[in-house]
Design a binder for this molecule. Structure first.
Ligand code: CS2
Length: 489
């Protein structure tokens, strides 16, 4: 009796469950992925699985930079896991086989660096979240005071951070006269390829000028736009999926039917034929990235802070409130869309409509609390870039300002009923120190938080149109609560 998903169990799954059509034993490692979270497994690993039959050279060795959870779940499963695609229409299950091995970086540093430095590895991809780049979110520059960066520069051979691993592996390849791998960032950063190149270049320069030049001249960092909503897996998901599989899967991932991956085609060492799995290759990703970060993620963060303050647990629950649908539609139509400059032929109207439907998907339990995490790293590219463009055009920013104000209200760590909020953010200590200094006073709170240059830059705190709009939205949130504020805007 097989009770766990693994290679042996594949033949016994019911017909309805899709599974790898290729021989997993002939798979070679062409990709090392850093950050093996749910998003990678529902997105890039699924695209790669889709095209593996075309070329088995592109197997993935996936590393987690911190916890051993994914390793513990997938190692007994031969790297296999279930991808569940859910909507009101039902659930489709597919077993993904593109990950051949999981490595827990902190306890296998040398092992990970060895695979990254192997001649067969031609791509190192990353989903390490915004904060994983150890950069200053407002400027995109490497944060040289970041404890992990200080550690890694002093201990090149035993890195902790994503930039530290990438640079040490590149250093070894250069020394061995091997060509560098392509660095493929799949995180929601602005101009993500350019940002990662800048961070890596600076790190490398601090190691040696020659390594800095090598990164500038030889390392390709294509930008990507990645999109798929992937909430954290719950125990209910595990139980439901085990029932359908007939075997247990310790870590399935649950997602929506929609998926999009737009990539700049700059892979000097080759790449999988991801286009056969639905990816789009373009010369310049930036317009798509702006569209997605500003429309989807900007709305998502706005929904997360305001929805949480209203007591809504999930995005779908928040979107069941018609006042929120109105807010998000008008935010997108009136304040965000006018800042986008899309290539001819892109129609934003169906894109925006689809977003509203995606947010409403009742089969996804995407917690507002989950999206609210790490706001200090997210606001710049999700809301503040749009704010800057609007201010340049002298255009109103009421809804964008409400999103920023809701973030300020949220990071105080006390909700509208006086209960604590579990704020997760790399800057949480500084945020809450400022919030407690200010007390429940909109003017003082916004004043304290505007001084955070890493988030707001030097320009926004000096623009009274911005500070005024945010402070007046924050006053409303304090005076009448989030529900009424949203209903009235
Ligand atoms: C979300 C994103 O958690 C978040 O901050 O906004 O993870 C979002 O679901 C994805 O970017 C969708 O592609």
């Amino acid at each position: 009796m097989v009770d766990r998903l693994n290679e042996d169990a594949l033949d016994r799954l019911s017909e309805a469950i899709a599974r790898p059509s290729y021989d997993r034993l002939s798979m070679k490692t062409g990709i090392v992925h850093l950050g093996v979270g749910a998003f990678h497994r529902a997105h890039q690993a699924a695209y790669t699985d889709e095209v593996m039959a075309l070329d088995p050279a592109w197997g993935i060795v996936a590393a987690s930079l911190r916890s051993a959870d994914t390793y513990d779940a997938l190692e007994p499963q031969d790297g296999l896991y279930t991808l569940s695609v859910r909507s009101e229409a039902g659930e489709a299950l597919r077993v993904i086989g593109s990950i051949s091995r999981v490595i827990v970086a902190p306890r296998a540093i040398e092992d990970l660096l060895a695979v990254m430095s192997d001649p067969a590895t031609r791509i190192v991809s990353l989903t390490v979240t915004e904060k994983g780049y150890c950069h200053d979110p407002a400027t995109g520059a490497l944060n040289e005071a970041h404890p992990d960066i200080i550690h890694d520069l002093a201990n090149l051979r035993t890195p902790r951070s994503a930039p530290g691993f990438v640079i040490e592996a590149l250093r070894r390849r250069r020394e061995a006269r091997l060509p560098p791998f392509t660095v493929l960032t799949c995180d929601n950063l602005p101009s993500n390829g350019r940002t990662v190149k800048r961070v890596l270049t600076r790190f490398a320069e601090l190691v040696s000028p020659a390594l800095g030049r090598f990164v500038v001249e030889e390392v390709s960092c294509p930008s990507t736009m990645v999109d798929r909503i992937v909430p954290a897996t719950s125990d209910d998901d595990r139980a439901r999926i085990a029932e359908a599989l007939g075997v247990a899967d310790a870590w399935p991932v649950v997602t929506e039917p929609f998926t999009q991956w737009v990539i700049e085609d700059r892979f000097p060492q080759g790449r999988p034929a991801w286009e056969e799995g639905g990816a789009e290759f373009v010369a310049d990703v930036e317009p798509y990235e702006h569209m997605k970060l500003r429309l989807l993620n900007g709305s998502h963060s706005t929904l997360a802070y305001l929805g949480y303050l209203c007591g809504y647990e999930t995005v779908a629950e928040t979107m069941a409130d018609p006042a929120f649908v109105r807010l998000i539609e008008s935010l997108m139509n009136e304040e965000v869309a006018p800042t986008l400059h899309m290539p001819a032929g892109t129609d934003l109207v169906p894109y925006r409509r689809a977003l509203v439907e995606r947010f409403k998907n009742p089969a996804l339990k995407h917690r507002t609390w989950q999206i609210a995490m790490d706001g200090s790293q997210k606001l710049p590219q999700r809301l503040l870039g749009t704010v800057r463009d609007r201010l340049r055009d002298n255009a109103p920013i009421n809804r964008l300002a409400l999103g920023v104000a809701a973030w300020m209200r949220y990071v105080t760590g006390i909700d509208e009923n006086g209960a604590p909020i579990d704020v997760r953010d790399p800057m949480v200590a500084r945020l809450q120190e400022r919030a407690s200094r200010a007390g429940p006073d909109a003017e003082r709170l916004s004043g304290e938080l505007f001084t955070l240059r890493e988030i707001f830059g030097d320009d926004l705190p000096r623009d009274p149109r911005f500070t005024g709009s945010v402070t007046s939205a924050l006053k409303k949130l304090y005076a009448q609560g989030a529900k009424r504020t949203v209903a009235e805007i």
